[in-house]
Design a protein around this ligand. Sequence first.
Ligand code: ZN
Length: 98
Amino acid sequence: MPIVKAKNGVYCDTCRDKWGYVKGDDGRTVPHPKGSRQAYSTLISETHTGKEPVIRSLCYPCMDEASRWHDGTIWTLAEQVQYAKDNRKLQQIKIGGF
Ligand SMILES: [Zn+2]
């Protein structure tokens, strides 16, 4: 489940989910301007065999948010990924808020 640097022009999935889509001037549906934020990292999580990997891209603030847990502790995505790897048998560990 590697974390790679997001490619140029790849937007943050979390921001897009947060802001959704709007109708542009020409009537086409476009992502909300605030939701079009260049992603910082892309997370590729291999799911069960035979399925397409789940790919999420996150901008820096969203990564930061995903590292912050409700009790205030910081658990970075890299550490979460490592934990998920170490606990493969447990499966279905939530990474960030996904
Ligand atoms: Zn974001």
